[in-house]
Design a protein around this ligand. Structure first.
Ligand code: AHG
Ligand code: MN
Ligand code: MN
Length: 334
């Protein structure tokens, strides 16, 4: 038989024994994310053909317009995980509050909660630019068989059991970590199967790409302005290249492969930046560290920040280790 890449399903089974608690529950959870990702991928690929682009007419709790695909992706992920009955709670960027799933029932022994950004970069959907899904998984801290509480969701990023993203790009990929490195799987759309295409992904320690919305430059803190000028300076391996898609997942994915830094700083308009600690920054930080990269708010490691509310935002600097350290140096000396 000719050699072929391992499928995601095979990979999950093979690696199940490396988890601390091997009930198979986490494997089933990742399997259900895989299924929901395929369903969302199918819908995203039809954008432009059927009436699924544009706003849904509502705003989410953070006052942002919900796109039809935001709502579709949110429903798909929540339904898939609810129907399979494998988590005890879900929190989503698109929901006002967390959703408890049979957690009060003593027959349900589910231990995990999921936090999700169902569609990241959704303002790009109308123009055929890559979007993504980001997920983050924790063990509940309250006892099984009792209702989940906000405490189960407000955990530091360093407590994550698994995290990952799906990028619906020129090809669709699912990239995730369970704390043993980062692996990337590419979907073969003809047969609907993800294959291991990017084993053991690593950020190069140095990079030459910086990704930031420079339209906000005048509102940035001095340290970020200084670092941007440093990136543009002609010296050594600089100037760096500027690349900004406006989809965190896609910008992160490119930077991890090529070497680079992503920044969404605070500004005079957004005192805490824009990105959400629980749905975006913590999962990306976990992936970054597992891939030999780094994530910080300029002063503190992202995964050590104590969350105080579900939809909290935080300044975010993430990518190749040496680049993030340089940006931190500028922040701390400003
Ligand atoms: P979401 O679509 O989930 O609201 O996230 C959008 C985020 C992130 O993906 C992206 O990097 C950033 O917002 C872009 O923001 P700006 O348009 O302000 O640069
Ligand atoms: Mn997002
Ligand atoms: Mn989103």
């Amino acid at each position: 038989m000719s050699q072929r890449n391992q499928t995601l399903g095979e990979f999950i089974i093979e690696n199940q024994s490396s988890f601390k608690y091997t009930s198979g529950e986490l494997s089933r959870l990742i399997n259900s994310i895989r299924l929901a990702a395929k369903v969302v991928n199918h819908e995203v690929n039809k954008a432009g053909l059927v009436d699924i682009i544009g706003t849904a007419g509502d705003t989410n709790i953070q006052g942002e317009d919900q796109q039809k695909l935001d709502v579709y992706a949110n429903d798909t992920f929540i339904k898939t995980m609810t129907k399979r009955n494998i988590v005890c709670g879900i929190a989503s960027e698109e929901e006002d509050d967390f959703v408890a799933i049979n957690s009060q029932d003593e027959n349900h022994q589910n231990k995990y909660v999921v936090l999700i950004d169902p569609l990241d970069g959704s303002s790009n959907i109308d123009v055929n630019v890559s979007v993504g899904t980001i997920f983050s998984i924790y063990r509940r801290v309250t006892p099984v068989g009792t209702p989940v509480t906000i405490k189960d969701f407000l955990q530091k990023g360093n407590q994550q059991v698994a995290a990952g993203y799906v990028v619906y790009g020129t090809s669709t990929m699912l990239v995730y970590t369970t704390g043993h490195g980062v692996n990337g799987f590419t979907l073969n759309p003809a047969i609907g199967t993800f294959y291991l295409s990017h084993p053991n992904m690593q950020f190069p320690e140095n990079g030459s790409i910086y990704s930031v919305n420079e339209g906000n430059y005048i509102h940035f803190p001095k340290g970020i302005k200084d670092y941007i000028k440093y990136c543009q300076m002609e010296e050594g391996d600089r100037p760096y290249t500027s690349r900004y898609i406006g989809s965190l997942v896609s910008d992160f994915h490119r930077n991890m492969i090529k070497g680079g830094i992503y920044m969404y700083p605070k500004s005079s308009m957004n005192a805490k930046g824009k990105l959400r600690l629980l749905y975006e920054c913590n999962p990306m930080a976990f992936l970054a560290e597992q891939a030999n990269g780094k994530a910080s708010d300029g002063f503190t490691r992202i995964m050590d920040i104590e969350p105080t509310e579900l939809h909290e935002r935080v300044p975010f600097i993430c990518g190749s280790k040496n680049m993030v350290e340089k940006a931190e140096e500028f922040m701390q000396n400003a």
